[in-house]
Design a protein around this ligand. Structure first.
Ligand code: SF4
Length: 148
């Protein structure tokens, strides 16, 4: 990666009123999915929502972010912690990577403890297919509690 990585963040539209606090905090602290940038400066070049199911803004947002220099697009943690999680995560990731030759990372801030507790109780992520989707944001117990 370059000495500075430009990133775009797409959030689930269910959280469209979110001011981005957790995502921006974790980006600054290099926590959760942003821990991959521990030795790299990052610059946010785009932040928007998918515009609601089934994600009509994914195409436009990807285009605009890449034109603005995005090296990596993050699908925010809300995609995996929502009730239910977004059913299109893998489709969005595959589309963005294929269409714009950009790296897509699933997740932004660490999974908050309350969401891990509820999804564990619901059995949401028991299927092995979820492992790579939640791994980047699982973090440790203390960090998860700090994002509640
Ligand atoms: S569940 Fe998926 S498609 Fe629906 S609003 Fe959220 S991110 Fe968009």
């Amino acid at each position: 990666m370059n000495s500075k990585t430009k990133i775009g963040i797409i959030i689930c539209d269910r959280y469209r009123r979110c001011a981005g606090g957790k995502c921006l905090r974790s980006m600054r602290n290099k926590e959760g999915a942003f821990s991959i940038y521990k030795d790299t400066a990052v610059e946010l070049v785009g932040f928007t929502t998918c515009d609601g199911c089934p994600g009509g803004n994914i195409e436009y947002a990807g285009d605009e972010m890449v034109k603005n220099g995005a090296d990596v697009i993050h699908l925010a943690t809300g995609f995996v912690v929502g009730y239910p999680p977004c059913p299109y995560i893998n489709k969005f990731k595959a589309f963005l990577e294929k269409r714009y030759s950009v790296t897509v990372v699933v997740g932004t801030h660490p999974i908050p403890k309350k969401y891990l507790d509820m999804h564990t109780s619901l059995g949401t992520w028991e299927d092995a297919a979820w492992k790579p989707l939640i791994e980047p944001t699982m973090s440790d117990e203390l960090t998860r509690a700090n994002y509640d």
